[in-house]
Write a protein that binds this ligand. Structure first.
Ligand SMILES: *Cc1c(COP(=O)(O)O)cnc(C)c1O
Length: 361
């Protein structure tokens, strides 16, 4: 049987390898890992590969993804990265640990935790300058004071998230600040904060360059496990695979044509009046893949091909005169945006490779 197109080929053994190397690198510094599965739509096989590679927790931003992994029989500690008030009941029923920044939400979690006779664990996120989620450091003490008064909620740690919204670098200063906050809160309230979660895949450079990680003993890693890179400059991390995911689609037209459209130029399908560079007559290849399938800017062709543009259902390539025959398969590497959209697309088939090694392990 011919393999389905378009498809994403996923090497589970490479993902497991990446998780293993990262667990070793960070483990040497006393840092445990949460494997973040959100970019894979909570794919159970990928969570399993991460766990086999040594991650201690599986974290996802979507409750639905966590439910999917649990239903598939994945058994580990699940962490919810994005906590919504309206989901409090489902969170209590499905998740062990959630990240929190709002008292109103924690109160609701406490209420349901009591009803279901559960102790729900929370990590309180602190705002360190990136301006996405977090409680300002000056408000942390009051927040903890109030949470300590709530039944069935256990504060197990604090954390921060950088380099996501504001592009702020997790450096020695920021990590030192988080460490100090942990010490100060423990002293003030005579509590022990077990997890100090310093960030995500952007923390690699900090961890490599710092002789002392301070109190930081956890990171939440998605992209470095999946794509093998850090995320401040998207540099490959030595020893990791950077193309565990490959997108493969079909060439459906391959013709020599002019490179300039002919006729009067108006708006294209997306409301833009396009401009073009004259490359003379060249071979143009059309791929059966479009904006309805994937974020086109997240694709990079493996070979000599160059992406010229795209519409809802087509990508147009300059083949640089490679004979790219109709019906042939064209391979692309993916960045994080490409991966996220490919894994979420109902049109792209997921094909696991290296699976026998995962099952046997
Ligand atoms: C997505 C996310 C992560 C993982 O980020 P990567 O850059 O993929 O490592 C970590 N923490 C939080 C709160 C997230 O939302």
């Amino acid at each position: 049987m011919k393999a389905l197109l378009p498809r994403i080929e996923i090497s589970l053994s490479q993902i497991r390898h990446n998780a293993r190397i990262l667990s070793e690198i960070y483990g040497k510094k006393g840092i445990s890992l949460m494997g973040v599965t959100k970019a894979t739509l909570g794919e159970p096989a990928i969570a399993k590969a991460m766990i086999q590679g040594g991650v201690k927790f599986i974290a996802d931003s979507r409750l639905e993804n966590i439910q999917k992994m649990k239903n598939a029989g994945i058994s580990t500690q699940f962490v919810l990265l994005r906590t919504a008030l309206s989901q409090a009941e489902a969170i209590i029923r499905n998740v062990d640990i959630s990240l929190n920044t709002e008292l109103k939400t924690v109160r609701e979690l406490s209420r349901y935790a009591k009803i279901y006779h559960r102790i729900h664990q929370i990590i309180i996120m602190v705002e360190m300058g990136d301006l996405r989620e977090g409680i300002l450091p000056c408000d942390l003490s009051q927040f903890i004071k109030e949470v300590l008064g709530l039944p069935n909620i256990k504060i197990i740690g604090i954390g921060c998230n950088l380099a996501c919204y504001g592009g702020i670098k997790p450096d020695a200063e920021k990590m030192g600040e988080l460490s100090q906050l942990a010490d100060a809160m423990e002293q003030e309230f005579s509590i022990h904060l077990e997890i100090i979660s310093g960030g995500n895949s952007a923390n690699y450079e900090w961890s490599e360059s710092t002789p002392q990680v301070g109190r930081i003993n956890n990171l939440r890693l998605g992209e470095s496990i999946l794509l093998g890179c850090e995320t401040l400059n998207r540099k490959a991390i030595p020893g990791l695979y950077t193309s565990a995911f490959k997108l493969i689609a079909e060439a459906i037209e391959s013709k020599e044509k002019p490179s300039l459209p002919f006729g009067e130029i108006c708006q294209n399908a997306f409301g833009i009046v396009p401009t073009f560079r004259d490359r003379g007559i060249h071979r143009r290849v059309i791929i059966a893949l479009g904006r309805q399938d994937i974020l086109i800017s997240g694709l990079s062709p493996n070979s000599n091909l160059e992406i010229l543009g795209s519409s809802s259902d087509h990508v147009v390539l300059d083949s640089h005169n490679d004979a790219c025959e109709v019906g042939s398969e064209v391979k692309f590497n993916l960045d994080y945006g490409g991966l996220l959209s490919a894994m979420t697309s109902p049109f792209i088939t997921k094909q696991f490779i290296g699976i026998s090694q995962i099952v046997a392990a």
